[in-house]
Design a protein around this ligand. Structure first.
Ligand code: GCU
Length: 618
């Protein structure tokens, strides 16, 4: 009789396959509360458009050669031993660049640059205690990173928006270590995202770089959340990493809930338990209550601040802690328009989420890729619910197994990093992807994995709507994926890409599913300070009128339980070239890149006041 693999075996197989493919080590989570040496700050860099430091003139990969040339192999960080030796690079004499940051917004000459840049950082390192282990951690590097320590290859990471780490125990010297990273943001059809997007392809070491020091056997990862739709049980799973991971005592303390539980790990170093709880203060946008959580193994303590809330859909309703909610949202790109470039810091998160709060939001759509960890951490504190998405955007190579593994790897890492954040309530699989059997199979597999990796959160994707054949005013969503998601979300641009705001008056939506519906994008471009009549495109008055008409139109959808208009702030896009209006910016923001609000901001703010009051009485 054919035997089916057990769930755990299946999970391990899925996970192992992605690790093998990308040579990536298991993600160490909660870096923010671990012992680290930060490598953030000033680095050196070399721009290498022909990848001369990586490929020799026969296009052989230098770091795979037995004796790579000292003179051109940039990953060696080699220095001439005498005045006659030929070495054609010198990091120490090269220009400075900041990390974390993208290179485009730092160097005028790299503004449009897409290709390879070599990063170099020298550092000393004192091991805190023998027997400890060290890892080098990257919050993200866009897009492909080849990482070397002291001239030795650690690995290659693919995907620009998720964390990765490599073990470097035993490879560090007290003095004179150097890490070299080749970052390549070249776009490609087989990549995720693919070659065409409506955002700036910021390249570089865009997030934190740190050396993490842990004990020989340590708590690598954990999941501590209320059981699916059960406010009386906390589900805990903890993963130990190290030779002594079996039969280890791990204690879980949540002092604020009088919880102090001792568990023993199994032979795989896994701890799994369910803790009965009473009268927990549940996390919600109105009361974003976070508990101190303390995990202890062998005198090593790891702390976190975790909120507990229940989450489910019931017919058209989205229930948080059993109460119906309306997702008063806004879409956000991970960009700080005022400073320029990718957002990365707690301060950036506070600025962007602060604006969302000012709008009256209780929800944000972080588009179209996993944003930095600070966004979810600050959203936890501010009580803002989060939609987090993988960059399966527009038309990717659905039938290419490498593309699938890449997307699945990014999905796994997104969930692994943020699975303990109460604020994160929705995992999104994709944005505006063309319906086809290959595409739907691809996304269905992603959804199945998501439900295995995280049985609690809701799943969605930003679908597209179409005008019903034979009826100009009826909008329908002809997408089989509706069957598999918890929330039916779609983007619609009636009044901007489709007709004028006037058209909103007669448009009707026909959605046959008894599920919550969310409009994940709508909006139009306006240059802040550009005024005219409501019929003049690109003016604040046109955008204002579009918002007024669109909100009235969407209110007619009986299942409507949320919106995330496109978009909080103007953002850079190479697709937007209209002189004196766009100049490289998508102007659909409610706030300009200088932080100035447009008239439509106040239309949405007023609308959210009404929606908030409406749900407070529910
Ligand atoms: C699309 C897409 C966004 C894009 C927006 C626009 O729907 O999802 O990434 O920026 O529309 O055209 O402004």
């Amino acid at each position: 009789m054919k035997r089916f693999p057990t769930k755990a075996l299946l999970m391990t197989l899925i996970f192992a396959s992605t690790q093998l493919l990308f040579g990536q080590e298991p993600q160490i989570t909660n870096i923010g509360n671990r012992t680290v040496l930060t490598l953030n700050g000033v680095w050196k860099y070399v721009v290498d458009p022909y990848q001369t430091g990586y490929y020799d003139y026969r296009r052989d990969v230098r770091d795979e050669q037995l004796n790579p040339s000292n003179s051109e192999s940039l990953f060696l960080g080699y220095k001439p031993q005498n005045s006659s030796e030929r070495v054609e690079y010198d990091f120490e004499k090269s220009d400075n660049i900041l990390v974390p940051r993208d290179w485009n917004s730092q160097k005028e000459k790299l503004f449009y640059y897409e290709g390879s840049v070599w990063y170099y950082k020298a550092f000393d390192y004192e091991v805190a205690s023998n027997g400890n282990r060290q890892f080098i951690y990257f919050g993200a590097a866009n897009y492909e990173a080849d990482v070397y320590l002291n001239g030795k290859k650690l690995g290659k990471h693919i995907g620009g928006f998720t964390p990765f780490n490599y073990e470097i125990t035993g490879s560090l010297n007290p003095k004179g270590n150097f890490v070299i990273v080749k970052v390549d943001n070249t776009r490609g059809l087989e990549k995720v995202p693919t070659i065409n997007t409506d955002w700036w392809n910021y390249g570089g070491l865009t997030r934190d770089v740190k050396i993490v020091e842990v004990a020989g056997t340590f708590i690598q990862d954990y999941y501590i959340q209320l059981a699916p739709n059960d406010s009386k049980s906390i589900e805990v799973s903890i993963t130990l990493n190290g030779i002594n991971k079996a039969n280890q005592i791990v204690t879980i303390e949540i002092p604020g809930a009088n919880i102090n539980v001792r568990c023993t790990s199994d032979t795989e170093g896994k701890v799994k338990t369910t803790i009965a709880v009473k009268n927990l203060t549940l996390w919600s946008p109105d009361n974003p209550y976070l508990y101190d959580v303390i995990l202890t193994h062998d005198k090593n303590i790891l702390t976190d601040k975790i909120g507990f809330r229940t989450l489910k859909t019931q017919g058209k309703e989205i229930l948080v802690n059993g109460k119906p909610v309306f997702l008063r949202g806004i879409s956000i790109h991970e960009e700080n328009g005022i400073r320029g470039g990718r957002a990365y810091s707690k301060e950036d998160a506070r600025m962007l989420l602060g604006w969302a709060k000012e709008l009256g939001c209780n929800f944000v759509r972080l588009a179209h890729y996993p944003h930095n960890e600070n966004m979810a951490l600050v959203a936890d504190e501010l009580g803002i619910m989060v939609w987090s998405e993988v960059p399966v955007y527009w038309t990717i190579q659905w039938q290419n197994p490498d593309t699938y593994n890449n997307a699945h790897n990014q999905l796994t890492d997104m969930i692994t990093r943020d699975k303990n954040r109460a604020s994160v309530i929705i995992w999104s699989m994709a944005n505006e992807t063309p319906v086809s059997p290959e595409r739907t199979d691809f996304l269905k597999k992603m959804i199945e994995s998501t439900r295995k990796l995280d049985p609690v959160r809701l799943v969605s994707a930003a679908l597209e709507r179409h005008t019903k054949t034979g009826s100009v005013n009826t909008q329908v969503i002809e997408d089989p994926l509706q069957e598999y998601v918890d929330i039916i979300a779609f983007n619609q641009y009636i009044g901007w890409y489709d007709g004028l705001p006037e058209k909103c008056k007669t448009a009707e939506f026909e959605i046959k599913y008894d599920k919550p519906v969310m409009v994940s994008e709508f909006g139009g471009d306006a240059l802040q300070g550009n005024h005219g009549s409501k019929d003049d495109r690109w003016t604040e008055e046109f955008q204002e009128d579009l918002y007024v008409e669109t909100l009235k139109m969407l209110d007619k959808i009986p299942q409507l339980r949320g919106i995330t208009p496109w978009i909080l702030a103007d953002f850079r896009s190479p697709r937007r070239v209209l002189p004196y209006i766009q100049d490289g910016w998508n102007r659909k923001g409610l706030i300009s890149e200088t932080g100035d609000k447009k008239k439509a901001f106040f239309v949405l703010q007023k609308y959210y006041k009404t929606r908030k009051a409406e749900y407070e009485i529910k």
